[in-house]
Design a protein around this ligand. Structure first.
Ligand code: MGD
Ligand code: MGD
Ligand code: MO
Length: 671
């Protein structure tokens, strides 16, 4: 049999959303390569996805439904049929709803598959059921909240604009790990003469792209932005004409807030020299077209939304938005591109149901009352690995009377705690529709191979559950392909008139990005936002500003994995080795610790074992643990999230993964 080439897209939670070409034959994916015709990724792939066939056909794939066949968490299961599994879940949901009310049922899902259909497949079902709703705020909600306070729902800049910029600020983004195609563009901009500045808390691999590395204290970026704006105002580098026509409240900021933010004050908070802040501000103010690429790192603090809000004022001050090549990209902001309402069906809710913040799953499973959570249904997420306060999450999952169903591709740590495991397909086995948060493409995908074993897509699974629960809505009768049609049926401002033929062929199609004017109530960029509290932005301390423990923990994404995904790929896990904690030579010496030894990192939430890596890349007072390895594959059965807290951001209900302190000691020593 001859092999065929099928177009697809990378389904992972990454801003690039690369185009894939799959070589398939006889129901197998033989190989994967980058699609050279993809307008953004142009044929190159990251080290994880270039061998995606190894994920599709990984030996650990769950291929049939499983019932627990041993104590909770033992990982012992027996095979079950789909009929039995669906009947068991429906029966438990009915019983829990009858005894405690449907809000005692909690769905938990995130972005294991970014496809709009599979990612949002459970919403209509759980809304109809009247279950607790999940506030899906683990990733971008504080960035969105901060951005919207200033910019409203405006889209971010075109990533290609950076090629025409003369000053690129890569701000709290480790592009080499998390957005390789933007890294390529930043590199190209530099080759064309732009100066590239990386602003981070340690010397990440992305620092290699930069002319300049600016290392700030964790959570202090808002202070840096404020003192930069102080200098812009003081030195006459504000674009008055742009501000007059486009910005609301610059004068108030300049009068009421900026005078306090001298470079000396900025230096106190950020740890930078005042002269360094002056120099950076002047470079930004004098650049012809400064481009700011903001990653999510700086948003994951108690003050995170406020930080993003402050940084978003910078391009307004210098009129970067009006200069070809200038602007700012945090998230592309493509949410309005596809109307999900026909799929998510909020109207099916029986009334107002309780909202549970996903960052507080540990609390929800162990402490929340009125009613307690008695049934948990997880899909497209691995909370036992990725959610903060892992010890609380695991205590919750271990509750004997909690019924847990997990729909998964692999026996993750979360799945090991389940009563029922359902087999999930990989994205190449599904229908879907993808948009991205780092570029402006839309791509429709169709199955390249049939689902492996007895795997069923999220949508197919919720249809079966809906039928078992007796939900008669027409939507639950539609197959996966028909629901994608439904999502495309009514064009939006972004999709009206795009090349539908190319879309149906499976190509990534550029959408029409609505631009022109500012989509805020005042029609201006809102440096002063009358609806926000406070109405003018200012720097606030992080949760851990004055914390007692000495080291600020940075839980950065790893190059070879994506959150807990790719834990199934032995070669990638092996390449990373035992999970490492990076510490500065001075912090290691102060504790008598040597490179390579096993150490215990601890705080009030837990203890985690790491291999110590002593490195000059990390400044004193900072500890870096990259990646979210599977806890079951980590020494001691815990990963870094046993050290991160459930506290939220100042707005948006976001996660605070970077706002934690620890100390470190030798494993054998007593505390
Ligand atoms: N290979 C790989 N790619 C990924 C992921 C992955 O895990 N691995 N995760 C995916 C996901 S879900 C997301 S949301 C994106 C995230 O991608 P990005 O938007 O790039 O955000 P992060 O990588 O979380 O944070 C970037 C950087 O912020 C720095 N940082 C932390 N605190 C501060 C601070 O206070 N100030 C400053 N200036 N910098 C700070 C960190 O050290 C880190 O280098 O990447 C996606 N892509
Ligand atoms: N310490 C630390 N923790 C973090 C972060 C960090 O930077 N540091 N980053 C945080 C961020 S930004 C995010 S976005 C979250 C991400 O957290 P998650 O969204 O939970 O992401 P993954 O770890 O990739 O796990 C996704 C799971 O979905 C499964 N899956 C994939 N496709 C499908 C499908 O079609 N159907 C079903 N049912 N399952 C599927 C995969 O097998 C995988 O186990 O993690 C957060 N956790
Ligand atoms: Mo994320």
């Amino acid at each position: 049999m001859a092999s065929a080439t099928v177009r697809s897209t990378c389904p992972h939670d990454c801003p690039d959303a690369c185009g894939l070409l799959l070589e398939v034959e006889g129901g197998r994916v033989l190989s994967v390569r980058g699609d050279p015709d993809h307008f953004y990724s142009k044929g190159t792939l990251c080290p994880k996805v270039k061998d995606y066939d190894r994920t599709v056909h990984a030996p650990g794939r769950v291929l049939t439904p499983l019932f627990r066949d041993g104590p909770k968490g033992s990982g012992r299961f027996r095979r079950a049929s789909w009929d039995e599994a669906v009947a068991r879940i429906a029966e438990r949901f009915r019983a829990v709803a009858a005894e405690h009310g449907a809000e005692a049922i909690l769905p938990y899902s995130y972005a294991g598959n970014m496809g709009l259909l599979q990612r949002n497949a459970g919403h209509a079902f759980f809304h109809r059921l009247g279950a607790s709703r999940l506030d899906r705020t683990i990733c971008s909600s504080s960035v969105d909240a901060g951005w919207k306070m200033v910019m409203g729902p405006a889209p971010g800049s075109e990533p290609d604009d950076v090629l025409r910029s003369d000053l690129v600020l890569v701000w709290s983004a480790n592009l080499i790990a998390t957005s390789i195609h933007f890294a390529t563009r930043a590199r190209e901009a530099r080759r064309r003469g732009a100066r590239v500045v990386v602003i981070d808390t340690w010397k990440t691999p992305t620092a290699a792209l930069a002319d300049d590395l600016v290392l700030v204290r964790p959570g202090s970026d808002g202070a840096l932005a404020l003192s930069m704006m102080h200098v812009l105002e003081r030195d006459g580098l504000v674009d008055r004409a742009f501000v007059a026509a486009n910005v609301q409240g610059w004068e108030e900021l300049a009068r009421e807030v900026l005078p306090r933010w001298t470079p000396a004050r900025g230096a106190e908070v950020t740890g930078l020299a005042a002269g360094r802040i002056e120099e950076l501000a002047r470079a930004y103010g004098r650049a012809r077209a400064p481009f700011l690429r903001l990653g999510y790192g700086a948003s994951r603090y108690g003050n995170g939304a406020g930080t993003v809000r402050l940084i978003a004022c910078l391009p307004a001050a210098v009129g970067a938005w009006a200069r070809p090549g200038g602007g700012m990209l945090a998230s592309a902001g493509t949410v309005p591109a596809v109307d999900l309402a026909p799929l998510t069906r909020e109207d099916l809710q029986p009334g107002k149901t309780r909202l549970v913040n996903m960052n507080q799953l540990g609390h929800a499973l162990t402490e929340l009352q009125g009613p307690r959570v008695h049934a948990l249904y997880v899909y497209g997420s691995n909370p036992a690995a990725v959610a903060p306060d892992q010890n609380a999450v695991l205590r919750g999952l271990a509750r004997e009377e909690l019924f847990t169903a997990v729909h998964e591709r692999f026996l993750t740590d979360t799945a090991r705690w389940a009563d029922v495991v359902l087999p999930a397909p990989t994205s190449v086995e599904c229908h879907d529709l993808f948009r991205s948060y780092g570029q402006f493409g839309l791509q429709r995908t169709r199955p390249a191979v049939a689902p492996l074993g007895e795997a069923k897509s999220n949508w197919e699974t919720f249809r079966l559950l809906a039928r078992a629960m007796g939900f008669g809505e027409e939507l639950f009768r539609l197959g996966d392909e028909q629901v994608v049609d439904l999502l495309l049926a009514k064009p939006t401002a972004w999709t009206e008139g795009i090349d539908r033929a190319a879309l149906e062929e499976g190509r990534a199609v550029r959408m029409k990005v609505p631009r022109g004017g500012w989509p805020t109530p005042s029609g201006k960029i809102q440096v002063l936002n009358p609806a926000a509290r406070p109405t003018l932005p200012d720097w606030q301390p992080t949760h851990e500003e004055g914390g007692a423990l000495p080291l600020r923990l940075q839980t950065a994404p790893a190059v070879d994995t994506l959150n807990s995904s790719f834990g199934e790929r032995e070669e990638l896990v092996r390449r990373q080795g035992t999970p490492a904690l990076q510490l500065s030579p001075s912090d290691a010496a102060a504790r008598g610790l040597a490179d390579g030894e096993e150490v215990l990192a601890w705080n009030g939430l837990g203890e985690v074992r790491f291999r110590l890596e002593v490195t000059g890349q990390v400044p004193a007072g900072v500890a870096v643990a990259a990646g979210v390895p599977w806890p079951s594959a980590s020494p001691g059965g815990r990963n870094v999230n046993a050290l991160t807290s459930q506290r939220l951001t100042d707005a948006g209900g976001g996660s605070t993964f970077y706002d934690n302190r620890i100390d470190v000691r030798r494993v054998t020593a007593s505390r």
